[in-house]
Design a protein around this ligand. Structure first.
Ligand SMILES: [Zn+2]
Length: 283
């Protein structure tokens, strides 16, 4: 989180509000988030903000004069637009872009980790940046046929391959659970072992669930962009609750930093997968 749908609605809302605005100043408090130094962040000052757009889970702010800000919100960042300027003591601020009308575009990050980042790059060289050059095709709105695409990713489980941004861009830990549940496929099915019919079902689930989330956000998400997005999740983080389709209890596998959820009846032939956290505790 945030994944493709959350980044897409962020880009749409910010683009509508900011395209054509003049950038008065740009600051990276603490400098930790800024990953480039040439050109300096100040080079965007005085220029018009042309566009806010998305590539994979990245946000791109294009500035007149040929520069772009490339950002990754990582797991706990938000890009928000406020009518008032932040207190310099707001410790969640990673980037402050002040635009005309007293407004402020703010990259904020919640929690203790500082992982979100920003790069200042020439717009024409964006595609060569390490973060973008290796990205696979967009998962939404029109990904390529998945059987061939996933077969090239080797003998790894679907749950891992669909989150591999080099294979397909935009899906993370929340939406992968939803997509696999919608497609009625096991998270541990090998990605290079899909029948045509399964691959078609999976592609339909990818497009349908990501698109459905964006539609939901179009109706619910407003500026300044909420700290907590209203994710329309049915399975992810719903372990212990009944499956919305068949009523079976949703099961979970806990990993160090996230949880994978699935319906045993719909996805794993009734089998409950071993929960590593639980088995570690029982040793
Ligand atoms: Zn079910």
């Amino acid at each position: 989180m945030p994944e493709l749908p959350e980044v897409e609605i962020t880009a749409r809302r910010l683009h509508a509000a900011l395209a054509g605005a003049t950038i008065e100043s740009a600051l990276a408090p603490g400098l930790n988030a800024l990953k480039t130094f040439d050109p300096p962040l100040g080079a965007v000052e005085g220029h018009t903000l042309d566009a806010v757009r998305r590539r994979g889970k990245h946000l791109i702010v294009d500035v007149a004069g040929g520069l772009s800000l490339l950002m990754h919100l990582m797991s706990a960042g938000r890009l928000q637009l406020f009518d008032k300027r932040a207190s310099v003591r707001d410790r969640s601020s990673r980037l402050l872009v002040r635009v005309d009308g007293e407004r402020e575009l703010r990259l904020r990050e919640f929690g203790t980790r500082q992982a979100a980042w920003v790069k200042v790059l020439a717009t024409e060289a964006l595609g060569d940046d390490d973060a973008l050059v290796a990205l696979g095709p967009e998962a939404w709105p029109d990904p390529p046929p998945l059987r061939e695409l996933l077969a090239g990713a080797g003998a790894r489980p679907l749950h891992a391959v669909l989150r591999d941004q080099r294979v397909i861009a935009g899906i993370g830990r929340s939406w992968v659970d939803e997509i696999l549940w919608s497609a009625m496929l096991s998270p541990f099915k090998r990605a290079d072992d899909l029948e045509d019919e399964e691959a078609d079902r999976l592609r339909e689930a990818v497009v349908g669930r990501l698109g459905g989330a964006i539609e939901h956000y179009e109706a619910t998400v407003k500026l300044p962009i909420p700290d907590k997005m209203p994710l329309p999740l049915q399975v992810h983080r719903h372990q212990g609750e009944p499956c919305p389709r068949c009523g079976t209890t949703i099961e979970a596998v806990h990993y160090e930093s996230y949880v994978m959820c699935y319906c045993p009846t719909d996805q794993t032939g009734g089998r409950v997968l071993k929960d590593r956290r639980l088995s570690r505790l029982l040793k």
